[in-house]
Write a protein that binds this ligand. Structure first.
Ligand code: PGA
Length: 219
Protein backbone atom coordinates (compact mmCIF):
# COMPACT_ATOMS: atom_id res chain seq x y z
CA UNK A 1 0.00 0.00 0.00
CA UNK A 2 1.10 3.55 -0.50
CA UNK A 3 -1.01 5.91 1.53
CA UNK A 4 -0.22 9.02 3.53
CA UNK A 5 0.46 8.82 7.25
CA UNK A 6 0.37 12.44 8.37
CA UNK A 7 1.34 13.28 11.95
CA UNK A 8 -0.20 16.34 13.56
CA UNK A 9 1.66 17.07 16.78
CA UNK A 10 -0.50 20.16 17.45
CA UNK A 11 0.97 22.23 20.35
CA UNK A 12 2.89 19.26 21.73
CA UNK A 13 6.28 17.60 21.61
CA UNK A 14 9.81 18.56 22.55
CA UNK A 15 13.28 18.59 21.03
CA UNK A 16 13.94 15.33 22.92
CA UNK A 17 10.92 13.65 21.31
CA UNK A 18 11.88 14.96 17.89
CA UNK A 19 15.45 13.71 18.35
CA UNK A 20 14.06 10.32 19.30
CA UNK A 21 12.06 10.24 16.04
CA UNK A 22 15.00 11.48 13.96
CA UNK A 23 17.34 8.89 15.46
CA UNK A 24 15.03 5.88 15.61
CA UNK A 25 11.95 6.19 13.40
CA UNK A 26 11.95 4.77 9.89
CA UNK A 27 10.73 7.65 7.74
CA UNK A 28 9.62 7.05 4.17
CA UNK A 29 7.96 9.00 1.35
CA UNK A 30 4.45 8.39 2.71
CA UNK A 31 5.11 9.88 6.12
CA UNK A 32 4.58 13.58 6.67
CA UNK A 33 5.42 15.22 9.98
CA UNK A 34 3.14 18.11 10.98
CA UNK A 35 5.31 19.75 13.64
CA UNK A 36 5.01 22.98 15.62
CA UNK A 37 6.72 25.83 13.70
CA UNK A 38 9.66 25.94 16.09
CA UNK A 39 10.75 22.38 15.29
CA UNK A 40 10.53 22.54 11.49
CA UNK A 41 13.91 24.13 10.70
CA UNK A 42 15.66 21.89 13.21
CA UNK A 43 14.09 18.73 11.75
CA UNK A 44 15.06 19.78 8.23
CA UNK A 45 18.64 20.54 9.24
CA UNK A 46 18.98 17.13 10.92
CA UNK A 47 17.47 15.09 8.08
CA UNK A 48 16.54 16.55 4.70
CA UNK A 49 14.52 13.43 3.84
CA UNK A 50 11.84 13.99 6.46
CA UNK A 51 8.76 15.40 4.72
CA UNK A 52 7.61 18.32 6.83
CA UNK A 53 4.29 20.06 7.23
CA UNK A 54 3.40 23.21 9.14
CA UNK A 55 0.08 23.25 11.00
CA UNK A 56 -0.98 26.67 9.75
CA UNK A 57 0.39 29.68 7.89
CA UNK A 58 -0.22 33.40 7.94
CA UNK A 59 -2.91 35.01 5.84
CA UNK A 60 -0.15 37.43 4.76
CA UNK A 61 1.79 36.44 1.69
CA UNK A 62 5.51 36.79 1.11
CA UNK A 63 7.54 38.83 3.58
CA UNK A 64 6.89 42.00 5.56
CA UNK A 65 6.09 43.76 8.81
CA UNK A 66 3.75 41.20 10.34
CA UNK A 67 5.18 40.53 13.78
CA UNK A 68 4.73 36.94 14.87
CA UNK A 69 3.37 35.72 11.52
CA UNK A 70 4.88 32.90 9.47
CA UNK A 71 4.09 33.06 5.75
CA UNK A 72 3.97 30.11 3.38
CA UNK A 73 7.02 31.59 1.59
CA UNK A 74 8.99 31.49 4.86
CA UNK A 75 7.93 27.88 5.38
CA UNK A 76 8.94 26.94 1.86
CA UNK A 77 12.33 28.64 2.32
CA UNK A 78 13.32 26.23 5.11
CA UNK A 79 12.31 23.07 3.26
CA UNK A 80 8.70 22.63 4.43
CA UNK A 81 6.57 20.94 1.77
CA UNK A 82 3.04 20.83 3.21
CA UNK A 83 0.79 22.99 5.36
CA UNK A 84 -2.34 22.01 7.27
CA UNK A 85 -5.02 24.66 6.75
CA UNK A 86 -8.47 25.03 8.34
CA UNK A 87 -8.08 22.45 11.09
CA UNK A 88 -11.26 22.51 13.18
CA UNK A 89 -9.24 23.81 16.14
CA UNK A 90 -8.25 26.83 14.08
CA UNK A 91 -11.78 27.28 12.75
CA UNK A 92 -13.24 27.28 16.26
CA UNK A 93 -10.49 28.73 18.48
CA UNK A 94 -9.23 31.36 16.03
CA UNK A 95 -12.49 32.13 14.29
CA UNK A 96 -11.05 31.24 10.89
CA UNK A 97 -13.85 31.80 8.39
CA UNK A 98 -14.16 30.92 4.73
CA UNK A 99 -12.46 34.10 3.50
CA UNK A 100 -9.43 33.59 5.70
CA UNK A 101 -9.19 29.93 4.77
CA UNK A 102 -9.46 30.58 1.01
CA UNK A 103 -6.74 33.23 1.19
CA UNK A 104 -4.40 30.96 3.16
CA UNK A 105 -4.90 28.11 0.70
CA UNK A 106 -4.28 30.40 -2.25
CA UNK A 107 -1.09 31.78 -0.67
CA UNK A 108 0.21 28.35 0.24
CA UNK A 109 -0.35 26.99 -3.28
CA UNK A 110 1.28 30.03 -4.85
CA UNK A 111 4.34 29.49 -2.62
CA UNK A 112 4.62 25.94 -3.92
CA UNK A 113 3.38 24.20 -0.77
CA UNK A 114 0.89 21.36 -0.86
CA UNK A 115 -2.18 21.90 1.29
CA UNK A 116 -3.78 19.50 3.77
CA UNK A 117 -7.20 21.12 3.90
CA UNK A 118 -9.39 20.06 6.83
CA UNK A 119 -13.17 19.80 6.65
CA UNK A 120 -15.72 18.56 9.13
CA UNK A 121 -19.23 17.11 8.97
CA UNK A 122 -20.06 20.32 7.05
CA UNK A 123 -17.68 19.39 4.24
CA UNK A 124 -20.03 20.25 1.36
CA UNK A 125 -20.63 23.83 2.45
CA UNK A 126 -16.99 24.28 3.41
CA UNK A 127 -15.54 23.00 0.14
CA UNK A 128 -18.03 24.93 -1.98
CA UNK A 129 -17.25 28.25 -0.28
CA UNK A 130 -13.53 27.80 0.39
CA UNK A 131 -12.08 26.08 -2.69
CA UNK A 132 -13.08 28.70 -5.15
CA UNK A 133 -11.86 28.62 -8.68
CA UNK A 134 -9.20 27.56 -11.13
CA UNK A 135 -6.51 29.29 -9.05
CA UNK A 136 -6.88 26.38 -6.68
CA UNK A 137 -4.82 23.60 -8.14
CA UNK A 138 -6.74 20.61 -6.83
CA UNK A 139 -3.83 18.26 -7.53
CA UNK A 140 -1.96 19.97 -4.71
CA UNK A 141 -4.77 19.89 -2.16
CA UNK A 142 -5.48 16.89 0.06
CA UNK A 143 -8.86 17.08 1.76
CA UNK A 144 -8.77 15.78 5.35
CA UNK A 145 -12.22 14.67 6.44
CA UNK A 146 -12.14 15.16 10.20
CA UNK A 147 -15.53 14.94 11.91
CA UNK A 148 -15.34 17.23 14.96
CA UNK A 149 -16.97 14.49 17.03
CA UNK A 150 -14.01 12.18 16.31
CA UNK A 151 -11.11 14.52 17.07
CA UNK A 152 -9.37 13.49 20.28
CA UNK A 153 -12.44 11.62 21.52
CA UNK A 154 -11.71 8.00 20.65
CA UNK A 155 -15.09 7.91 18.88
CA UNK A 156 -14.50 6.95 15.25
CA UNK A 157 -17.44 6.98 12.80
CA UNK A 158 -18.40 3.67 11.20
CA UNK A 159 -16.30 2.44 8.30
CA UNK A 160 -19.41 2.85 6.12
CA UNK A 161 -19.74 6.50 7.08
CA UNK A 162 -16.07 7.23 6.37
CA UNK A 163 -16.36 5.36 3.08
CA UNK A 164 -19.51 7.21 1.99
CA UNK A 165 -18.24 10.67 2.82
CA UNK A 166 -14.74 10.26 1.43
CA UNK A 167 -15.88 8.67 -1.82
CA UNK A 168 -18.42 11.46 -2.26
CA UNK A 169 -15.80 14.16 -1.70
CA UNK A 170 -13.42 12.43 -4.06
CA UNK A 171 -15.90 12.04 -6.89
CA UNK A 172 -17.60 15.39 -6.53
CA UNK A 173 -14.59 17.62 -5.92
CA UNK A 174 -11.75 15.72 -7.61
CA UNK A 175 -9.18 15.89 -4.81
CA UNK A 176 -7.28 13.33 -2.75
CA UNK A 177 -9.02 12.55 0.54
CA UNK A 178 -7.68 11.38 3.88
CA UNK A 179 -9.46 10.66 7.15
CA UNK A 180 -8.58 12.07 10.59
CA UNK A 181 -10.01 11.68 14.09
CA UNK A 182 -8.86 9.21 16.77
CA UNK A 183 -6.80 7.08 14.38
CA UNK A 184 -4.33 4.77 16.14
CA UNK A 185 -2.43 1.54 15.61
CA UNK A 186 -5.51 -0.52 16.55
CA UNK A 187 -8.03 0.96 14.11
CA UNK A 188 -5.80 2.08 11.23
CA UNK A 189 -6.01 -1.24 9.36
CA UNK A 190 -9.78 -0.98 8.79
CA UNK A 191 -9.68 2.74 8.01
CA UNK A 192 -6.76 2.68 5.62
CA UNK A 193 -8.32 -0.31 3.84
CA UNK A 194 -11.16 1.89 2.53
CA UNK A 195 -10.65 2.29 -1.23
CA UNK A 196 -11.55 5.97 -1.38
CA UNK A 197 -9.03 6.91 1.31
CA UNK A 198 -5.56 8.17 0.41
CA UNK A 199 -4.27 8.19 3.96
CA UNK A 200 -4.82 9.34 7.53
CA UNK A 201 -4.15 12.41 9.64
CA UNK A 202 -3.18 11.44 13.18
CA UNK A 203 -3.08 13.67 16.25
CA UNK A 204 -2.58 12.09 19.69
CA UNK A 205 -1.14 8.77 18.50
CA UNK A 206 1.46 10.53 16.33
CA UNK A 207 3.36 11.63 19.44
CA UNK A 208 4.27 8.04 20.26
CA UNK A 209 7.07 6.52 18.24
CA UNK A 210 5.80 2.94 18.75
CA UNK A 211 2.34 3.89 17.52
CA UNK A 212 3.80 5.65 14.48
CA UNK A 213 6.03 2.69 13.68
CA UNK A 214 3.07 0.31 13.89
CA UNK A 215 0.80 2.58 11.81
CA UNK A 216 3.46 3.06 9.15
CA UNK A 217 3.23 -0.66 8.34
CA UNK A 218 -0.19 -0.03 6.80
CA UNK A 219 0.76 3.06 4.77
P1 PGA B 1 -6.63 12.94 17.00
O1 PGA B 1 -6.47 14.31 16.20
O2 PGA B 1 -5.96 11.85 16.19
O3 PGA B 1 -5.95 13.17 18.32
O4 PGA B 1 -8.10 12.67 17.14
C1 PGA B 1 -6.58 14.34 14.81
C2 PGA B 1 -6.49 15.76 14.33
O5 PGA B 1 -7.05 16.65 14.98
O6 PGA B 1 -5.85 16.04 13.29
Amino acid sequence: MSKFLIANWKMNGSIELLDNFINNFEFNDNIIMGLPYIFLGYANSRNKNIILSAQDCSIQNGYGSYTGDISSDLLKSIGVRYVIIAHSERRSLHNENGDIISKKIKNALSSGLKVIYCVSEEYDRQIQTEILDDDFDRDNIIVAYEPVSAIGTGVVPSIDNIKNVTSKIKEKYRMKVIYGGSVNSKNIKDIIGIDSIDGVLVGGASLKIDEMQEMSKYC
